[in-house]
Ligand binder design. Structure first.
Ligand SMILES: C[S@@+](CC[C@H](N)C(=O)[O-])C[C@H]1O[C@@H](n2cnc3c(N)ncnc32)[C@H](O)[C@@H]1O
Length: 264
């Protein structure tokens, strides 16, 4: 597992919920729709985190038809607590502890770009999916219209050009439609389909958004906790200015790419 993939996700489920987790429910519905998830299927959630996608799978399939894995111990604990009856295991995508063809559908929400070896992880997702089953994923449009993270890194780089080396818009692989299509096709998946989906999340005010970043979750949160007090204050001001928000409630839009393919 890469440091990038795991180190910034050893946070509590609650801390994750306040940051990226806000967007998880609507994104899970879009991914499940794209993958055609419906009654009678058995599904795997790879990189489940605290369980946003697994919860949507449970709503559609029932808890006994859903299995989830993640390499982060606090997230595995959080997912188990939230979704009784779901089998949740501590494991990375690159080493799935399941028999071949055990699932009708294998999905990974906001995970492919964090995998140590995305090709190996996807290969494992194919192996555990039955022929004719669906393998799918969703990733943020970090370089474009994932508003929160795009504005965050733009603000960080404006204050400190060295932050460009950490900007998820340039550092994250497999976060453009072309890369995803190639990754899925090269793995041998058929009927590959890439689509854009936009979801929204609400905030009670800027402090609600900023407090979530100060919990240190994900690359953006890790960057914030690495700053001194003056650096944090300057970044908070710059981000608030770029988002053009204040103490009143607001919503942000976030575009993701979904990719699905059928296992031959
Ligand atoms: C942005 S979170 C997404 C969590 C959840 N799927 C969601 O949509 O809320 C990224 C997740 O990928 C997990 N992860 C990191 N490296 C991984 C790997 N190699 N295999 C599987 N999951 C991994 C992290 O532990 C974290 O839970």
């Amino acid at each position: 597992m890469s440091a990038r993939g795991t180190a910034t996700f050893r946070a509590s489920a609650q801390a994750y919920d306040r940051h990226i987790g806000r967007y998880g429910g609507p994104l899970a519905r879009a991914l499940c729709d794209a993958a055609g998830v419906g009654r009678g299927q058995r599904a795997l959630d790879v990189g489940c985190g605290p369980g946003a996608l697994a919860a949507e799978l449970v709503a559609r399939l029932g808890a006994d038809a859903v299995v989830a894995v993640d390499p982060s111990p606090p997230f595995v604990d959080g997912c188990r607590e939230r979704l009784p009856g779901v089998e949740v295991q501590l494991a990375p995508a690159e080493g799935l502890p399941f028999e071949a063809a055990a699932f009708d559908v294998a999905l990974a929400q906001l995970v492919v770009n964090f995998m140590t070896d995305a090709r190996a992880g996807l290969g494992e997702m194919l192996r555990v999916t039955r022929p004719g089953g669906v393998v799918g994923a969703a990733v943020w449009d970090y370089a474009g219209e994932m508003t929160l993270l795009r504005r965050f890194w733009d603000a960080a780089v404006a204050l400190d050009p060295a932050a460009a080396a950490l900007d998820e818009g340039t550092t994250m692989a497999f976060c453009s439609p072309g890369e995803l299509e190639d990754l899925w096709s090269d793995a041998g998946l058929r009927e590959v389909d890439v689509a854009a989906t936009t979801v929204r999340a609400g905030y009670t005010g800027f402090d609600d958004l900023w407090g979530a970043l100060e919990a240190g979750v994900g690359p953006s949160g890790a960057y914030v906790v690495g700053l001194d007090a003056d650096g944090r204050a300057a970044l908070a001001d710059e981000l608030r200015r770029r988002l053009d928000v204040g103490a009143a409630p607001f919503e942000l839009a976030a575009r993701a790419w979904t990719v699905t393919g059928v296992r031959p």
